[in-house]
Design a protein around this ligand. Structure first.
Ligand code: ZN
Ligand code: ZN
Ligand code: ZN
Length: 370
């Protein structure tokens, strides 16, 4: 497939510019993005060796070769048997590389073995090469992100419409139901389904537990998965919506939600091509500061999304990188009052030459049920 060859050409151009002689990709999202093959996360090593000059080779356990979709224009395959030394194979393929970039998610054990097999080589993170490439989505990738977003939008709409039972259920039960619907709606993997009721919602990454959801409280749901295409590459969804479980929302919470809603909308609107990522964070945050809740917005405004649920560009103070056409990221401000409640509102947005392109379109209000 020409797409993978093109992506590897881009990687080689960056390797050239950065003085990297070989790129080594193992478990993680870089490998499927650049080769269409996803390594099994096992003790047996899989590695795509990409010399800056010369052809790429996929070093793979012999027993997994049947899983590999052959792409001779992209890489050749070198299987290793149970009694062979794959580290020596990889070192030989990397040749006399002085500077090697290794996938950020490669297991530390493999990297330790490689440093011993290649004592005069310096190693660095592959993300310096792969992230700038992965973060800019082409039109087809945007459509795949849009399809994944539309799928979670349909689940959020059911949540807001009262079609997912909440009161009397535990957070864990609702989380499991969201997970089922994520798969039913076409995802291959559930990445997370945070369900946080009442005071638990004050913890942004609350782990859904035995807490029974009651009438008359806020429930924060943040969920997403990965939708894998025919080419073996998956794209992620990620959405947060909040509901109130009976007809009479807390006044303080309603006022805070109005501030949150305004902040999130301002953030989306500000996400134009050329705007530094940190400015989107600042514009979003300022609305919450002005509303009096600045000290309760305790995380960055957002993260990039693509083949990984969290990737570049991060929408955070200190990231001066200007947004580019094709950057996809979340805008997800939150307000968290410890011991009482928490609220967050999250959409995925793509920066485009024709303006911010929000992928999540389901209602942004606090849904009041009952
Ligand atoms: Zn998060
Ligand atoms: Zn989320
Ligand atoms: Zn997110």
């Amino acid at each position: 497939m020409a797409m993978f060859a093109t992506r590897l050409d881009r990687a080689r151009a960056r390797m050239e510019a950065d003085g990297v002689d070989a790129l080594l990709l193992s478990v993680g999202s870089d490998l499927p993005y650049f080769s269409g093959y996803e390594a099994m996360p096992l003790e047996r090593i899989t590695m795509l060796v990409v010399p800056r000059e010369g052809d790429a080779t996929l070093v793979v356990p012999e027993l997994e070769i049947p899983r590999v979709h052959e792409r001779p224009d992209v890489f050749s395959i070198q299987g290793w048997g149970e009694t062979q030394d794959p580290i020596a194979m990889i070192a030989a393929l990397a040749g006399s590389a002085a500077h090697v970039a290794v996938g950020d998610h490669m297991w530390a054990g493999f990297l330790v073995d490689l440093t011993q097999a290649m004592p005069s080589t310096t190693f660095r993170r592959a993300s310096t090469i792969t992230s700038p490439i992965r973060s800019v989505k082409d039109a087809e990738e945007v459509e795949r992100l849009r399809a994944a977003s539309a799928a979670v939008d349909r689940i959020a709409a059911r949540l807001q419409g009262g079609d997912i039972e909440l009161v009397g259920k535990t957070e864990a039960e609702v989380s499991a139901e969201l997970g089922r619907q994520i798969v039913d709606e076409g995802h291959d993997r559930v990445n997370f389904a945070i369900v946080a009721a009442g005071e638990n919602a004050a913890s942004p990454h609350h782990h859904a537990g035995d807490r029974v959801i009651r009438a008359g409280e806020v429930v924060l749901c943040d969920f997403g998965g990965t939708m894998v295409g025919d080419d073996g590459i998956g794209y992620c969804s990620d959405i947060t919506r909040c509901v109130w479980t009976d007809g009479n929302p807390d006044r303080e919470l309603l006022e805070a939600y109005a501030i949150l809603h305004e902040a999130q909308a301002a953030g989306v609107k500000s996400a134009t091509v050329g705007t530094p990522a940190q400015d989107v964070d600042r514009i979003t945050r300022q609305k919450i500061v002005d509303g009096g809740y600045g000290s309760h917005f305790i995380h960055r405004t957002g993260h990039g999304i693509g083949v990984e649920a969290h990737e570049d560009p991060y929408i955070v103070e200190g990231n001066t990188q200007p947004l580019e056409h094709g950057h996809a990221f979340s805008i997800e401000p939150g307000i968290y009052i410890p011991g009482k409640w928490g609220i967050r509102l999250e959409d995925i947005v793509v920066a485009s030459d024709s303006g911010p392109d929000p992928l999540n379109l389901v209602d942004h209000q606090l849904a009041v049920l009952g």
